[in-house]
Design a protein around this ligand. Structure first.
Ligand code: PMV
Length: 328
């Protein structure tokens, strides 16, 4: 009745921003991401009649929000319902990275809670259904279930909205060098950002454009055409952040260092020093994408920018999976 899962966050190249159905977390558009190899979340879940109520423990966390506990309790409730069980559970979870800085901590955290709960109650579930179940806990968790390069098909209801792998982790040797520029929690959670998206006068335009970008990026990945791919991800990054900036109220996720890094990347490209491109999720962290052969050189160049707190080099990685080593 005990199981443990490991999951990684992902970086979205085509972003999920805005929900068509907030309750079921049906997104307004399909999104596409790559699972990251370095950061991870671990979760052990045990169901037992020894527990009189659900106990949820976060390791390495200074502050746990009520909302996070609620999200995990709801996962337990959904899984208990599927298994027809009334057993209470102990959940222990741990992240290898700071929360709320633009790494999809909810994606890896809640996909690992979902798989560990499902396994702990012995439910057999295919990947599509696991992705649907994870979606009810967190949007990005929908994608973190799959390996490598992943597309979340928006669908129109609970049955049809799920993620699937489009290319394996080995398909393309690219790297995401993550530059953590601030350890502070972001001020505006993505949940709030999603709900404000439609207040931007440019949102309808974004939704029209994003479909073409999705088609083009799939082709660029298929062809392993790095330049084409890179220009699409920067365009998409600014499309999402243009919505944030023009939402009412406006959201600005970047800090001065975020902007400095973006400028440097473009300068290095213009000077033919380094072909790298950036993308940014809902925080100040910059994800700099390069080809595998250039990652060492890119890291050395980034080390020359003052103020970056941490650099992490990521390959395309596996989605959520069960492991044998438990946290308790
Ligand atoms: O899953 P959420 O609610 O944290 O939304 C994540 C949204 C972005 O990271 C900004 C984009 C994405 O597709 O991951």
């Amino acid at each position: 009745m005990k199981a443990t899962a490991i999951a990684h966050p992902d970086i979205a190249f085509i972003k999920y921003w805005g929900k068509a159905d907030p309750k079921l977390r049906i997104p307004q558009n399909n999104s596409l991401s790559m699972i990251l190899s370095e950061p991870y979340s671990l979760c052990t879940v045990e169901f037992s009649n020894r527990y009189k109520k659900d106990e949820i423990v976060f390791l390495n966390e200074k502050e746990v929000k009520k909302e996070e506990l609620k999200r995990i309790s709801r996962v337990l409730d959904r899984v208990r319902k599927l298994a027809g069980s009334t057993l209470k559970a102990k959940v222990m979870t741990k992240n290898s990275f700071p929360k709320g800085v633009g790494l999809a901590s909810s994606g890896s955290g809640l996909s690992s809670v979902t798989l560990a709960s499902v396994k702990a109650l012995g439910i057999q579930m295919n990947q599509k259904d696991l992705s649907r179940l994870a979606r009810l806990a967190s949007g990005t968790a929908t994608r973190c279930v799959c390996d490598g390069f992943v597309e979340w098909i928006k669908g129109e209801d609970d049955k049809t909205s799920y993620a699937r792998q489009i290319f394996t982790p080995n398909y393309w040797e690219i790297r995401d060098v993550i530059a953590i520029v601030s350890a502070d929690m972001k001020k505006i959670k993505s949940t709030k950002g999603h709900s404000l998206a439609k207040t931007s006068p440019f949102y309808e335009i974004r939704l029209r454009e994003v479909e073409k970008r999705l088609k083009d990026i799939k082709m660029a990945i298929k062809e392993r055409n790095f330049s084409k791919f890179g220009h699409i991800i920067e365009e998409e990054c600014f499309s999402m952040h243009a919505i944030c900036l023009t939402s009412r109220p406006s959201i600005l996720y970047w800090n001065a260092l975020t902007v400095e890094i973006m400028r440097k990347i473009r300068l290095w490209r213009a000077n033919k020093e380094m072909e790298a491109f950036f993308t940014i999720d809902a925080g100040p962290t910059v994800h700099i994408i390069c080809e595998g052969k250039n990652s060492r050189k890119l890291v050395n160049k980034l080390k020359g920018i003052k103020g970056i707190q941490r650099l992490s080099v990521n390959k395309p990685a596996l989605g959520v999976r069960a492991i044998k080593k438990h946290l308790f």
